[in-house]
Design a protein around this ligand. Structure first.
Ligand SMILES: *Cc1c(COP(=O)(O)O)cnc(C)c1O
Length: 373
């Protein structure tokens, strides 16, 4: 039998083939990009590709005029397929395998982040003459998925790296930071921007003038609880940027806030059971096939979840995936139809970011299909 074309899978037909589907709405992605631009006037968005690498998502953002940030050569190649030339990318993963830098440079990538002397030397060797930007550490994070201190240097470290870059024949290009994903505090942008201003001052005294400041990502998407409006983050950024010692180009690397709300998982109940711990609904989608961020956030990320049965009488369920792993539970105490049963459809909203990209084949279950509407 011929496979139906992806277009035919849209809407009600998506449910006719077995297995969970992530539906991405192109119009919502375009609207989210417009909302970001409105909240951050004068800031150029570089979408954090890792968030959702579906070709249709990348093409939608490209056609809407968005730029891109990558963490790997593989992402660079995916973007080439969507018509984005490597020369336009930012390579913002501050520690790369040597071959990654070499292959990216050979393809035309010319901008690399660094947060160590060791990496700086690797860039000088594998991508001579390229532009480098230093990654500052952020502290006292207030984000749902924090970066746990994995990356970044302090102001003195950033100044040292960018001065040494000049000695190594690289171009000291800019400074970046990342406040931690799903930030709920606009003021989280202020201290990093004070650090940026401080570093720019010190570099200017040493004769180095930067071209850009990159305020990173971490801007929140709405899940089941309200989040501060993007405009509040835009105002905080503008306040911090106004205090920089001289004008620079300003970039940002939004990921989640551009694609999360555009995505809805459609999955199915495979069984319902009453246990001493309560009522459980088992579904054909779980932590290991798209809902990993529930674990990463320590259970703090709550997706909006509905069933399509719509019975007025409600019952509280714990929702768990199809595997035999106890860590596969992705929601607790969710009110759904009291007569929920095998075959019913569940809709999991705000699922466009950090979901399908994490999916494994654990226990033999295929990763969810992704379709663009
Ligand atoms: C993951 C990442 C982003 C995107 O973060 P969001 O929280 O999805 O906005 C931006 N920049 C860097 C360097 C990243 O690693």
């Amino acid at each position: 039998m011929r496979q139906p074309s992806p277009r035919l899978l849209i809407g009600p037909r998506a449910g006719t083939r077995p297995g969970p589907v992530l539906e991405m709405r192109a119009d919502r992605i375009v609207a989210a990009l417009a909302a970001f631009r409105a909240a951050f006037p004068g800031v150029r968005p570089f979408y954090a590709t890792k968030c959702n690498t579906h070709a249709g998502v990348l093409r939608t953002l490209r056609e809407a005029g968005c730029d891109f940030e990558i963490a790997s050569v593989q992402e660079m190649e995916a973007l080439s397929g969507a018509g984005v030339p490597p020369g336009e990318l930012l390579f913002s993963n501050p520690v790369r395998a040597r071959a990654q830098t070499a292959r990216a440079a050979a393809a035309g990538v010319g901008r690399f982040s660094v947060d160590s002397t060791e990496e700086l030397h690797r860039v000088a060797e594998e991508a001579p003459g390229s532009r480098v930007y230093a990654r500052l550490a952020t502290y006292g994070e207030d984000s749902v998925v924090p970066s746990e201190g994995k990356f970044g240097v302090d102001v003195t470290g950033a100044v040292r790296l960018l001065l040494e870059a000049r000695e190594l024949g690289l171009v000291p290009y800019g400074i970046t930071f990342h406040m931690g994903s799903q930030s709920l505090r606009p003021a989280a942008l202020l201290q990093p921007l004070r650090d940026v201003a401080h570093a720019m001052d010190r570099l200017l005294h040493a004769g180095v003038r930067l071209e850009m400041v990159d305020i990173g990502g971490g801007f929140p998407a709405a899940y089941d609880e309200p989040v501060p409006p993007l405009a509040d983050f835009g105002r905080a950024a503008a306040a911090g940027l106004a205090r920089l010692p001289y004008p620079v180009e300003v970039f940002a690397e939004p990921g989640r806030c551009l694609v999360a709300e555009a995505g809805t998982f459609r999955c199915r109940v495979i069984g319902v059971a009453e246990r001493p711990s309560g009522w459980w609904a088992h579904t054909d989608l779980g932590v290991f096939h798209g809902l990993m961020e529930v674990l990463e956030s320590g259970g703090h990320l709550h997706y909006p979840i509905h069933d399509t049965r719509g019975t007025r009488l409600r019952r509280c369920y714990h929702l768990t995936g199809p595997t035999c792993d106890s860590q596969d539970t992705f929601a607790r105490d969710v009110l759904l139809s009291a007569d929920l049963r095998e075959g019913d459809e569940l809709l999991i909203g705000s699922a466009g970011a950090y979901t399908s990209v994490y999916a494994s084949r654990f226990n033999g279950f295929a990763p969810p299909r992704v379709v663009l509407i």
